[in-house]
Every structure is written in structure tokens, then in C-alpha cells.
Design a protein around this ligand. Structure first.
Ligand code: MF3
Ligand code: CO
Ligand code: CO
Length: 331
């Protein structure tokens, strides 16, 4: 170690303190801290970074699987009955069972959210609850997704992969559960507070739940799908919140994602007319700051807000009725 007034090691002839001392100290500090300095969100929390992902969980052989369970690739169902068209009575009976099971699994998993639990442990709980109902966890191997549910923490917008990161007091986490039962998919999610959260985070969660409610109230037979996003966007903007545009609600039934596209902002191209018997999800992702997505994680799935500010999401699968909407994903 050189003293500040000694000549620098680099041969410049300058005193060490006037030359390389500061740079050497910064390097030593970074090496001690592990690597790059921690990047922080506008809320002052460290960015969420990818953790270790354990192998996908096994599904007992007797549980019926969707077509993609082995290959990862859903078969195109060009003439499927669920690609935007109303379900038959018989399909609706099965759809109700799948959606009810999804809601129960979500409830059972959400109850376990607390500081210290890892998202992989939440995955284990959801997986166990799903197969206990004779259902297949729809996310598992869907386009290669490695886990049974999605868990999206803080600035993660959606498609967080459960990993070994323990939830911390003050985090918020969206748990998104989809199950395949009786040949149908039911899809729902909710955002939970981990321990004590900031007022800003609580307000975001409340607003996001209100946006889902508002979207559901906009469902009416004979009206275009764009009514839903118009209503949601109006409410969110009134509170100066952002509405994510890259991900939308979707038709659902025999296929996980098929048929109608349900934007959560006003999109004049969403002209499909709602008809009694149609089933689709509404799943607004609402942000505190910018609604733009940052670069996707290298895992090919996880989306974060570009500004790393908080985002929340709630989701229900709904049925269009003569009177409006019926929420199918209730426990
Ligand atoms: N459940 C998500 C949705 O609401 C989709 C997750 S797909 C997965 O549409 F592959 F990421 F699991
Ligand atoms: Co969905
Ligand atoms: Co979902």
C-alpha cells in the first residue's frame, strides 16, 4: 500500500493521492461489495434480479394434460370453440370447475405470502394445491415456461419465474395462477403486500384492483371489447397511473390464450363484439411511473418497468352474460 504523498505506482511522477489513489480505492470497494454497485429503484429498493430457478415440478401421470405439456408448443386450434366464440353449455360446466379451482389455488397460495418465503416455495404450494384438485398447472412448460405459476415482485410487470429470492418486508408480489381442469383453463392473479408496505405501494394495489373491477363493469353484450380498456384507462389516468400496453387480457377456454384480445387501454382496433357465453380474462397491469417495459430479462420471460418503478396486477376470468359479466374465478 502506497502512502498518499508517495509517488504513484504508475510512473506518472505524481503523488499517489493526486493520481491513482481514488481509482484504486473504488476498485477495492467494488471487489469487496461483490461486483457492480447495487442499482436502486425510484423507491430506493435494490432492483429485482434473477435468482436461481429450481427444476420444474412433476405432475402425477394420472392428471390430464394440455396439448403442450410435453412439447411446450400449444397446437393451433383454428376451429376450436373457444377462439373468441361463446362456449356451449357443456363447455361452460367444465369452465366453471376449472376457474373455481384456479381461484382456490390462488387463495391458498396468497395466504402464504410473508417476509422470508421464497417465490419458489410459493410455486411449490400452488403446484401441490393444483394437483390436489386433479388439475394441471397451465404455466408449466407452456411455450417452455419452467414453473407452475408466475410470481412478479415490485417492478416486475408479469411472467416472473419463481426462484430462490426470499420476499422482503415492503415488497409487493403478484401471484398468477392458471389451472387446466376438465379440458379447460381458468386464469386469475392478485397482488399481495409482503409485511408492511409503503402508502404508495398500497395505493397502487388499491387502484389496480379498482381498475379490474371497473373493466369488469364495462362488460356488456353487444358492446365492443374496447369499452373495457377505455374504462380502465380512464380510471388509471385520473390517478396519474400508467396502463401497460404490451400485455393484454385474452380469450380462454380449451386454449390458454386464444380468440379475443382484451387491451387495458383504449384501442379502437379492439372491435370484437361481446356476446353472451364468451369467456376471456381482464388483467390490468398498472404502474406508478412509466407504463413502458424495460428490456426483457435474459430468461426470455420476465418483464420489468423501464423506470423500475412499482407495478401491480389483478386478473379474473369472466363470462359474458345477458346482463353483463360473471366472474368465474371466485373461490
Ligand atoms: N397467466 C398468465 C396470463 O395471465 C400467462 C402466463 S404464461 C406463462 O395470461 F407461460 F408465463 F406461464
Ligand atoms: Co391471463
Ligand atoms: Co394469468
Amino acid at each position: 500500500m502506497l502512502k498518499p504523498n508517495e509517488r504513484c505506482w504508475c510512473g506518472s511522477g505524481l503523488k499517489y493521492k493526486r493520481c491513482h489513489q481514488a481509482a484504486d480505492e473504488a476498485k477495492a470497494f467494488a471487489a469487496k461489495a461483490g461486483s457492480a454497485p447495487v442499482r436502486r429503484t425510484p423507491q430506493g429498493k435494490p432492483w429485482i434480479t434473477p435468482g436461481h430457478v429450481s427444476p420444474g415440478r412433476a405432475v402425477p401421470p394420472e392428471i390430464p394434460r394440455p396439448d403442450y405439456a410435453l412439447t411446450g408448443k400449444p397446437r393451433k386450434r383454428l376451429f376450436g370453440r373457444d377462439d373468441g366464440r361463446p362456449l356451449t353449455e357443456e363447455q361452460l360446466v367444465r369452465m366453471r370447475r376449472a376457474c373455481h379451482a384456479a381461484a382456490q389455488v390462488l387463495q391458498a397460495t396468497g395466504r402464504e405470502v410473508k417476509p422470508g418465503i421464497t417465490t419458489d416455495e410459493l410455486d411449490a404450494i400452488a403446484h401441490r394445491e393444483t394437483i390436489a384438485r386433479g388439475a394441471y398447472p397451465s404455466c408449466l412448460n407452456y411455450h417452455g415456461f419452467p414453473k407452475s405459476i408466475c410470481t412478479s415482485v415490485n417492478e416486475v410487470i408479469c411472467h416472473g419465474i419463481p426462484d430462490d429470492r426470499p420476499l422482503e418486508d415492503g415488497d409487493i408480489v403478484n401471484v398468477d395462477v392458471t389451472v387446466y381442469l376438465d379440458g379447460m383453463h381458468g386464469d386469475c392473479s392478485a397482488t399481495y403486500a409482503v409485511g408492511h408496505i409503503s402508502d404508495a405501494a398500497q395505493k397502487l394495489i388499491d387502484m389496480t384492483r379498482a381498475c379490474l373491477d371497473r373493466g369488469i363493469r364495462a362488460v356488456a353484450p353487444g358492446r365492443p371489447i374496447s369499452d373495457i380498456g377505455r374504462a380502465i384507462e380512464e380510471l388509471a389516468s385520473s390517478g396519474h397511473y400508467g396502463v401497460v400496453r404490451a400485455y393484454c387480457g385474452h380469450g380462454i377456454g380449451e386454449s390458454f390464450h386464444a380468440g379475443v384480445y382484451v387491451p387495458h387501454f383504449y384501442d379502437r382496433n379492439a372491435t370484437a363484439i361481446m356476446e353472451p357465453g364468451m369467456t376471456f380474462t381482464i388483467e390490468p397491469m398498472i404502474t406508478i411511473g412509466s407504463w413502458e417495459c424495460g428490456p426483457q430479462w435474459a430468461n426470455g420471460w420476465t418483464e420489468v418497468t423501464r423506470d423500475h418503478d412499482l407495478t401491480a396486477q389483478f386478473e379474473h376470468t369472466i363470462l359474458v352474460t345477458e346482463a353483463g359479466a360473471e366472474i368465474l374465478t371466485l373461490p
